[in-house]
Design a protein around this ligand. Structure first.
Ligand code: UDX
Length: 451
């Protein structure tokens, strides 16, 4: 709803250029746009968003030179630091230009930046503009990530394999193996990234794409530690209008296939945009899925299997088995898939967007986390919200088959589905008028209007 009587002010959004970060910041843009703000997206040339999906926004490109970065083989710390450094000068010029064009009384209200684009805090300060941080993962992950620094100082990490199941001091319910380590940077480098992304000095607030009813105590802890307000306004994909910000082409043919399946029968499988597997794991997954005797919809992202282009490495006989009860695509319209009544479970890497999208549709999960926050999310799904099972061991066909049947067929899975439905309803309540996310959003809007 457009706010009457207020002049349309502009917010500048600065995304971190990966799908799991672009989606929430553009959703935030849609939410703010429908609340009366103009939106400018200042983005890198690496993984640029598609302006045609958001005709109401303005887009400005920063001339970074990182387009050849390979997330799987590149040095993560180097990428984070370089991208921030390279974008800095141009970002100031860009925004100064926008400010000139807009005029002094109807200019930029504030810059909202993904925590990984921390250069924006300084840009905002230089231009005398307020700034707000967007954290696209959970509050619990933020606590775990920042705790890594202390755990390192106290000599708890790195930890021996024998301690992997031990609880981490003061981080219930996490075990050492659930800590959000990166596999793209060594510990020292990763801690530098953590420190860069958690030490804001001048930003005015923090937006979290999470919900009070999921993370009350973690949010309260963060609020105790920091002086600026925290706005948990999630799930943003449920509040924003439904435009797609997908960087890959969605194969919607799977929806027609889903229409032919019975209610709650299909297990949907996707490991998101960065996680990967090797050929052996691909084959184990394929056997586990077919042996489960449940229909399945499986996203195999091209390039996500080391040593293969796509699924050409699967034996012919196995492919024939798959065709009997499965459907494989390169990229799915995931939100529509999860909302489809045929889908009864989600085998996921537990990226936060996927986790939130699943929880919001009441779809219970099988968690197969790979790195960073995915491990924290998996632990919360399986041990706090109790709407999923974790695949703890190596990907092995027997274990995959058993876990799918536990979730899709057994009493245990039915109980999870009931809890999932209940959680879905509680979340719906949070985004309605008077609900916690709605209240936080109103306070955020008031703050931006007051700048
Ligand atoms: C990355 C990090 O790996 C993750 O830990 C962090 O929480 C967010 O960024 P990513 O792999 O991108 O995660 O996963 P996720 O957060 O789940 O985001 C993936 C997005 O792509 C979701 O919004 C999902 O709906 C979308 N998607 C995925 C599709 O639209 N189609 C697909 O086939 C698969």
């Amino acid at each position: 709803m457009e706010r009457q009587g207020k002049r349309r002010r502009r917010v500048v959004l600065v995304p971190w250029p990966f799908q799991g970060h672009i989606n929430p910041i553009l959703q935030l843009g849609s939410i703010l746009h429908s609340n009366g703000f103009s939106v400018t997206v200042v983005h890198t040339q690496y993984n640029p968003p598609d302006p045609s999906s958001h005709p109401d926004f303005s887009f400005l490109s920063l001339p970074d030179t990182s387009s050849d970065y390979n997330v799987l083989t590149g040095d993560a710390l180097d990428f984070v630091l370089q991208l921030n450094a390279k974008c800095k000068a141009r970002s100031r010029e860009c925004l100064a230009e926008v400010m000139r064009q807009q005029g002094s009384d109807n200019g930029i209200a504030c810059i909202i930046y993904d925590e990984y684009m921390f250069l924006s805090e300084e840009t905002a300060k230089d231009l005398n503009l307020p700034s707000i941080i967007l954290r696209t993962s959970t509050a619990s992950n933020f606590l775990a990530r920042t705790a890594l620094i202390q755990l390192k100082t106290e000599g708890h990490i790195p930890f021996p394999e024998s301690r992997s199941q031990d609880p981490v001091p003061k981080l219930y319910p996490l075990r050492f193996k659930d800590l959000p380590f990166s596999i793209f940077a060594n510990l020292e480098n990763f801690l530098q990234i953590v420190s860069k992304t958690s030490n804001s000095k001048t930003s005015s607030a923090i937006i979290h794409n999470t919900i009070n009813c999921l993370e009350n105590s973690s949010l309260a802890k963060i609020q105790q530690q920091c002086q600026i307000p925290i706005f948990p306004i999630g799930p943003m994909h449920k509040i924003a209008s439904a435009s797609s910000s997908s960087l890959s082409e969605e194969d919607s043919s799977c929806l027609a296939w889903l229409h032919k399946q019975s209610c709650n029968s299909v297990i949907y499988v996707s490991l998101g945009t960065i996680a990967f597997m090797d050929v052996k794991e691909l084959v184990e997954m394929a056997w586990g899925l077919t042996n489960s005797r449940q229909p399945f919809l499986w996203v195999v992202r091209p390039g996500s299997v080391h040593g293969a282009e796509w699924i050409e490495v699967l034996p012919k006989s196995l492919k024939e088995n798959i065709e009997e009860r499965g459907y494989i695509v390169k990229w799915a319209p995931q939100k529509k898939v999860l909302a489809h009544n045929a889908v009864g479970g989600f085998l996921s890497h537990c990226g936060w967007n996927s986790t939130l999208e699943s929880i919001c549709e009441g779809v219970p999960m099988i968690c197969r986390p790979c790195f960073e926050d995915q491990r924290v999310n998996a632990r919360y799904v399986s041990h706090v919200w109790n709407v999923g099972l974790e695949l703890e061991s190596e990907l092995e066909r027997g274990e995959i088959e058993r876990t799918i049947r536990r979730l899709m067929v057994d009493e245990e899975g039915k109980e999870m589905r009931k809890r999932g439905k209940n959680l879905k309803e509680r979340i719906e309540f949070c985004i309605k008028e008077g609900g916690s996310s709605n209240n936080s959003l109103n306070k955020l809007i008031e703050m931006i209007m007051s700048f």
